[in-house]
Design a protein around this ligand. Structure first.
Ligand SMILES: Cc1cc2nc3c(=O)[nH]c(=O)nc-3n(C[C@H](O)[C@H](O)[C@H](O)COP(=O)(O)OP(=O)(O)OC[C@H]3O[C@@H](n4cnc5c(N)ncnc54)[C@H](O)[C@@H]3O)c2cc1C
Length: 285
């Protein structure tokens, strides 16, 4: 089954100074929306025609994060100023130290690093995301200072639609073709209607901050989110499912898609820390 609209891309957002490894990671091959420019609120919308997406995008825009940051912070307690030299001396010992810190939950050495992500996802994902308060900084595009673009979430075919079981033990199974058709058509109709009401109010001179009340939580937004490895691990422990997790969590699939993309990027920056996180049951130290 096809999406209610083929959609179309838009101009890329101007980026902050990026590192050499600046890359966009997507949860789905299909991308029909556009990123937004947080630095130019009030700019013109990309288009007034509603567009539909099923994917999440995560771009690592800036980072200062490596396994050696963990080792450096941990070894300062015993080696003082010489700890920087210690980092590459003995790789096996370094791996062992990171594993020990993770296992015994000595968490603070995992805080001396920073990753800034640009994330594009529906509002309902951000609502869950912003519950993570500790070790996170956020800036999101404004619905008061700019006209919001009509980009909306419609689940992809691989998104399981039917929930079975009891709270805390839910299982999700694939929907029937009829259910997928219903979901995508009902959502698209509702999105078009609410965006038409939004536009009508703006054209009548109503303030953006008032008119936006008609827009649904399936609307895409974008934000910068900055965290460190410790706060990211806490997020991943709650917002992803993984066979190595000692304490299973049951996150909503869409925030999990964002988490998976962030995790891929983080794992490539801090492979020893990532491996120790998995080996110790994905519990943040
Ligand atoms: C599967 C799932 C379902 C959820 N369902 C719901 C729901 O139905 N309703 C709902 O409201 N929320 C729900 N949540 C959100 C959840 O309750 C948390 O708000 C969210 O996961 C953030 O976790 P956190 O507070 O540990 O993270 P952070 O805010 O990042 O805090 C990190 C850690 O710091 C410490 N900490 C932070 N603030 C305090 C404080 N004030 N006092 C003491 N210690 C603190 C705690 O140790 C905490 O674990 C759900 C989360 C998940 C993963």
């Amino acid at each position: 089954m096809r999406h209610p609209s083929g959609g179309g891309g838009g101009p890329p957002h101007p980026r902050p100074p990026a590192s050499a490894s600046h890359r966009v990671w997507r949860a789905s091959a299909r991308r029909v929306g556009a990123c937004r420019d947080l630095s130019h609120p009030g700019g013109p919308p990309v288009s007034d025609t509603p567009r539909f997406r099923s994917d999440m995008t995560v771009e690592l825009v800036k980072h200062s994060a490596s396994d050696s940051d963990v080792l450096w912070a941990a070894r300062v307690s015993t080696a003082g100023e010489q700890s920087l030299e210690e980092v590459s001396k003995d790789p096996e010992r370094s791996k062992g130290l990171i594993n020990y810190l993770m296992r015994d939950r000595h968490g603070s050495p995992f805080e001396h690093n920073s990753m800034t992500f640009f994330i594009s996802a529906p509002l309902f994902v951000f609502r869950e995301f912003h519950r993570h308060r500790v070790g996170w900084s956020y800036n999101e595009e404004s619905g008061r200072y700019r006209r919001l673009d009509p980009v909306f979430y419609v689940p992809a075919e691989e998104r399981k639609l039917v929930q079975q079981g009891r709270p805390g033990k839910y299982e999700f199974v694939a929907g029937t073709p009829e259910q997928y058709k219903l979901v995508s058509e009902a959502m698209a109709d509702s999105y078009r209607q609410s965006y038409a009401a939004y536009q009508e109010m703006l054209e009548a001179g109503v303030a953006r901050e008032v008119a936006r009340a008609t827009l649904p939580v399936g609307l895409y937004s974008s934000m910068y989110a900055t965290c460190n490895a410790r706060s990211l691990m806490h997020f991943l422990g709650l917002r992803t499912q993984h066979e190595q997790a000692k304490v299973p969590s049951f996150p909503q699939r869409e925030i999990e898609m964002v988490g998976e993309l962030m995790e891929q990027r983080w794992a490539s920056l801090m492979p020893l820390t990532h491996a120790a996180f998995n080996a110790n049951g994905r519990i943040a130290p």
